[in-house]
Design a protein around this ligand. Structure first.
Ligand SMILES: Cc1cc2nc3c(=O)[nH]c(=O)nc-3n(C[C@H](O)[C@H](O)[C@H](O)COP(=O)(O)OP(=O)(O)OC[C@H]3O[C@@H](n4cnc5c(N)ncnc54)[C@H](O)[C@@H]3O)c2cc1C
Length: 480
């Protein structure tokens, strides 16, 4: 397989020299806390044989430990590896890619996590796709059919006109208030009936709640749409999104099924990362676990993280999005239409469907639940989730709509290594809450991942760029 390179043009030998220099500085200097820890472990092993040996393997030492083999962790590890530093990636699951995962069991690429390269022109993920020769296909936003709650088809001209109303509404919110509040409250204040207007209500959910990953009741009216984007029409990867992380992972030292439990660190002395299997030591740790994992304090930090970092972890929003792919014997929908919308109640419930026939011969409709509804849907059994989604499809396409012959469902809020889909700006958050993660903790621990960049949070490219930025900061520090 062709591999992506994240290299920044630096000479590889230079990196190796830097690494040698770093190593020498450990050897010549006073024993670090990590070295003391190691001597302690050695002393324990020298005790009489009656003392049980520690169950865990001997400590391993690296320049950099990267926690998490999602796109941000892989980007960081690859760049540092290309520069000649010794890097290990510790990944809790058996797979690489994290929230990029492709399941082919229905015969077509079901993207369990990220599906699109959003705004591909200038997007670094487009370059990675081009590097490995992975074709992309546009999913045209203008190809849609929206249905009212009772199944009546709404003319495209009505949807288009209402879209401009929604844009105007959001612009008014931007210029009206000097205090943050839930987006839903701000909408009510500037345009009383808009939340009850069925078309606007559907758009607020299918567009805003889907792209931000959160209900309008929890989004910051100030910042919910202040993030950045590139240009161009969204594209998918018909050969599977997971080609990108798999290619980045090629040749890296990745320890799978290795759950990080705690991190001990000390300014100037590096860190000891304790996992379910062994302890790893390094000068720097790049921690890329999802915000949901940090919020739940699944990893213990010793000493505890600074208050500012903990504030970001506690206060930035983390929502969910549920996908349900339904495969049918035959396509009972217009095969050339890319998207179907449904004005469901509650508003986030199976309100958007992607037609797979445009990119695959398989008769698959992919339903999406957003806003608050994923926390309801993801608690359902598969059978109940399918019945719930089929009631939406039957309202749209008639009561004779057949049962599916196959399905795949996601439950990101229940996944113990993610605990949600992506981060959002909750009421009271500011861009600084995201960007603060860029400040290293004790010159040892750096954070990367989609939640550590305001401009591109919640995206693959944001996560990727954050990984590269963390690697560059480590490289500069190691080169000193
Ligand atoms: C349903 C859904 C749809 C999306 N759609 C899009 C889209 O269309 N376009 C787009 O650009 N973005 C989309 N995104 C967002 C995008 O997938 C993410 O922003 C990006 O993949 C996150 O990458 P990351 O490296 O920050 O985190 P992750 O990919 O989550 O990587 C973190 C890794 O850390 C591992 N880990 C967790 N805990 C531990 C531990 N204790 N020890 C060791 N390892 C651990 C995890 O297993 C995981 O592999 C979507 C996300 C979801 C969930």
């Amino acid at each position: 397989m062709a591999t992506c390179s994240v290299g920044n043009g630096e000479d590889e030998t230079l990196g190796k020299m830097k690494r040698e220099r770093t190593r020498r500085s450990y050897e010549n200097g006073n024993a670090t806390r990590r070295q003391i820890l190691k001597i302690g472990a050695g002393a324990a092993l020298a005790l009489p044989l009656t003392v049980p040996r520690p169950a865990k393997a001997q400590n391993e030492d690296f320049d950099v430990i990267v926690i998490g083999a999602g796109i941000s962790g892989l980007a960081a590890a690859r760049r540092l590896n290309e520069l000649g530093f010794s890097v290990v990636v510790l990944e809790a699951t058996s797979q690489v890619g994290g929230r990029i995962r492709t399941d082919w069991s229905l015969g077509a690429p079901f993207e369990v996590g990220a599906g699109w390269i959003h705004r591909p022109d200038g997007n670094p993920i487009s370059r990675l796709a081009a590097d490995i020769g992975a074709p992309t296909a546009v999913t045209p936003d203008e190809s849609f059919q929206v249905f009212a709650k009772d199944g009546q088809a709404i003319p495209a001209s009505v949807i288009e006109a209402k879209y401009f109303d929604l844009e105007r509404l959001y612009t008014r919110i931007d210029t009206t208030f000097d205090k943050d509040q839930p987006l839903s409250d701000a909408i009510r204040r500037v345009s009383k009936g808009s939340l009850q207007d069925p078309v606007l209500r559907w758009m607020m959910s299918a567009y805003t709640e889907f792209s931000t990953g959160a209900p309008v009741e929890k989004l910051s009216a100030y910042y919910f749409d202040e993030d950045d984007e590139y240009d161009g029409a969204d594209v998918v990867l018909p050969g599977g999104y997971d080609q990108i992380p798999k290619s980045l992972a090629d040749g890296l030292d990745i320890r799978r099924n290795t759950l990080v439990e705690s991190i001990e660190y000390e300014e100037g002395n590096g860190a000891a990362v304790h996992t379910s299997k062994a302890t790893f030591e390094s000068s720097f740790v790049i921690c890329t676990v999802p915000l949901g994992v940090l919020k739940k304090r699944i990893i213990t930090f010793d000493p505890p993280l600074p208050k500012a970092h903990q504030k970001s972890i506690d206060e930035i929003g983390f929502g969910s999005v549920t996908k349900l792919a339904l495969k049918f014997e035959r396509a009972f929908w217009p095969e050339g239409t890319q998207y179907f919308g449904y004005m469901s109640e509650p508003k986030g419930r199976w309100n958007y469907f992607v037609n797979y026939r445009t990119i695959s011969p398989e008769n698959i409709l992919l339903g999406v639940s957003v806003g608050d509804y994923p926390f309801v849907a993801e608690k359902m059994s598969d059978a109940d989730m399918i019945a719930d989604c089929m009631s939406a499809l039957r309202a749209m396409f008639g009561q004779n709509t057949p049962e599916p012959i196959g399905h795949l469902a996601t439950r990101w809020s229940e996944d113990p290594h993610t605990l949600g889909a992506y981060s959002y700006t909750a009421v009271g958050n500011t861009p600084a809450d995201f960007d603060r993660f860029a400040t290293p903790v004790a010159n040892t621990i750096l954070f990367a991942g989609e939640h550590t960049t305001f401009d591109f949070h919640g995206t693959v490219h944001g996560a990727y760029l954050s990984g590269l930025a963390a690697a560059d900061r480590v490289q500069r520090a190691l080169a000193k």
